[in-house]
Every structure is written in C-alpha cells, then in structure tokens.
Write a protein that binds this ligand. Structure first.
Ligand code: RIB
Ligand code: CA
Length: 364
C-alpha cells in the first residue's frame, strides 16, 4: 500500500476509535414510567436522556402516578424542552391487572385504609380523553411530536430483541408493561441485561398503606409476575433506601439556579414539591425514582445492599401489594434480588445538580 494511503488510514483509525469505544460503553436503557413533570420520574428521565454514559432507547409509559394519557403528555413536553424529540415514546397500560380496580378503589380505601403517604395517583384522578387533549389543555399549544404507534408492551419486546443482552430496563412505575412483555414474549427474558426497579418496602413500613409501597401496590399481580421472572439480574430501590434520601429546599434551589429563567424552571416551580417549598421552606419529600437513574449512570453510588429472594402479596386485604424479602426458605419461584439499602447521599445530590443533565433547547 502507498505510504500516503497507509498514513491516512492510520489517522482515520485514531480519530474513529475513541468515539466507537465510547459508544460501545454507553449503557442501553429502556425507561418504563408512570411519568410526572420534573419530579421523580421526570428528573430520572432528564438524567438518563442527557447522560453521556447512557443511550436511552425509549420511554414506555403506563398509569400509576398519573393516567397513561397524562404521563405520556408530560413525557412528550419534557422531551421537547430538553430538545430530545429523537427519543421514542410508547404508550402502555391504562389499568392494573385486577379487573375494575379503578372503579372499586373507593371501597378498597374505606375497608383497607391508607399509609403515611396516601398518594392515590390515577386512582384519585379523572382519566383524560387522550394524551393530545391533556397536552393541549395543560400547555396551550400543539405537541411537536407524538408517541410511536406501537404499544409499549411490543416496543419493549422489539427493543430487547434488537439489542440482545444489552438492555437495562428501569422500571420506575407499576410493573404492568414489563409483566405483559415477559408473558407475551418469554424469549426476551434471557435477553434482558438487568431490571432495576423502584418498588417495595422490605424492612420498613410501606407508604401508600402501612404494608405496601405505591408502585407495587398499584398493580400487585403485575409486580408479582415481574419479580418472579428469572431475569439475569434484578436490582431494587425500595423505600428502605429511598426514604433515607431526603429532598430539601436547598436541593430544589440548586436545581433552580442551574435552570435559570425559562420554561423548565417554570415547570419545576409548578410541581407539587415546588408549591410546597414555596409555602413551607422546611417541607421535605423524597425523590425515589431519581435514585434508579443515578445508579444506572454511576453504579458506585450503591454503598450497601443485601441479596434475598423477593415476592409480592397479591391477596386482597390489608397487606395487598406488600413486598416480602426472604433471607432463606423463600416460596418456590421467588428470584434473588439485589435490595439496595444505602447510597452515597452527598454524591447523589451532587450528581442531580450537575448542569450536564439540565441542558435543554426549547424555550417556547
Ligand atoms: O413509592 C414511590 C413511587 O411511587 C415512585 O415511583 C413515585 O414516582 C410514585 O409513583
Ligand atoms: Ca414513578
């Protein structure tokens, strides 16, 4: 080969190598969420979308915190604000597996009571007509892009099949989409790299009832299918760790400083926590799902965990939706999970306040 051509080839190889090597290292993530605006699910999405260490393959939505139509509208709007309309959004389940749970919820509440954080999510909200109707009513404009036509369950299946052994699923809402996907296409189970949940309360009381944590209580039948699936690896951030990370006004103010003026900061002010901090600077809350996103970006944030087999109580009654961890003698079919107990809290807040995650492009 001519010396000049060889030289050109070498230069090209040097220029291309670092980019390819870096791309290969990026963690492929599918985010399955009951989205809200710039609070826990929203902040988790922002961090995963903007992290240079992550390739966010898509966002699947379902009812939980919000109705799926509402959560999808929030997802679309937040991606517009971030300038990341290239990330596919796919709508999933509107209802939990138990028939008529939404309709019968008032009876359940009267007979079973609620916990210290009695957030009802979509059980307490009117179902929007469509995601577009919700979007227009909330933002007084037309969306600039739309979810893909494919249902979230099929989106998960196809994405996993297209990236065998590479996809981490971040399940930060109820587990309906994931449970349906593994039921419909069990061939994807060994192809999933890991599932990282926000869900459950293992060694302490629940939040939505004294026994149960919101995500897994919202759809206990689905959660049971998901956690009993023999995935290669399951990691769970339950209330045990999430309630150790207290969200205070100083953290909120740090975010506002990064955002400056503009629609993202207005959205943050308009959130439930924004309104609460405005009324009472001593108010505190939690940021559950953000821990999942942060630990995907930097797994060394996890400082303590135990490995135990996990199950969910799907018998209706006072302990419906309770998560159970067995150090030994677990019921047959339960899978081992890494139950996270501690994270490096200071490093976590520094990560959340890293301006890298908060760059956006849409100022309208
Ligand atoms: O219990 C906390 C969970 O419930 C979080 O995922 C939060 O977003 C709510 O859905
Ligand atoms: Ca959530």
């Amino acid at each position: 080969m001519h010396v000049q051509s060889l030289y050109t080839l070498l230069v090209l190889a040097v220029l291309l190598l670092p980019t390819n090597a870096y791309a290969a290292e990026r963690e492929k993530v599918l985010l399955d969420t009951d989205m809200v605006e710039f609070f826990d699910d929203g902040v988790a999405m922002v961090m995963l979308a903007n992290s240079p260490k992550v390739e966010l393959l898509g966002i699947t939505t379902l009812s939980g915190n919000s109705w799926v139509e509402e959560g999808t509208a929030y997802t679309i709007r937040q991606l517009e604000l971030l300038g990341r309309t290239d990330i596919p959004v796919s709508m999933g389940l509107a209802y939990p597996f138990r028939p008529q749970r939404h309709e019968l919820f008032e009876v359940e509440r009267m007979t079973q009571g609620m916990g210290h954080d009695a957030w009802l999510g979509s059980f307490g909200l009117k179902q929007p007509v469509s995601w577009q109707a919700f979007y227009r009513a909330r933002y007084a404009k037309e969306p600039t892009f739309a979810p893909v036509k494919q249902h979230a369950v099929d989106f998960i299946i196809d994405t996993v099949r297209a990236n065998p052994g590479q996809v981490s699923i971040a399940a930060i809402g109820p587990c309906g989409n994931l449970a349906m996907a593994v039921r419909k296409a069990p061939d994807i189970i060994p192809l999933i790299k890991r599932v990282i949940y926000m869900g459950g309360a293992f060694f302490q009381p629940g939040n939505v009832t004294p026994a149960a944590e919101f995500n897994w209580w919202f759809d206990p039948e689905a959660a049971k299918i998901a956690v009993r699936t023999p995935f290669k690896e399951q990691i769970v951030f339950g209330l045990d760790v999430c309630e150790k990370v207290v969200f205070r006004k100083e953290h909120f103010d740090r975010l506002l400083r990064i955002l400056g003026a503009g629609p993202m900061s207005a959205m943050l002010h308009g959130t439930f926590v924004g309104q609460m901090f405005a009324k009472d600077p001593a108010f505190t809350h939690y940021v559950w799902d953000v821990l999942v996103a942060a630990a995907i970006i930097d797994p060394t944030l996890i400082t303590r965990e135990v490995r135990q087999r996990v199950d969910i109580n799907d018998q209706t009654g006072l302990s419906y939706g309770q998560s159970l961890a067995y150090p030994k003698f677990a019921p047959k079919g339960c899978q081992e999970m890494r139950i996270v107990l501690d994270v490096d809290i200071e490093r976590f807040w520094n990560m959340v306040a890293d301006p890298t995650y908060w760059s956006g492009s849409d100022t309208k």
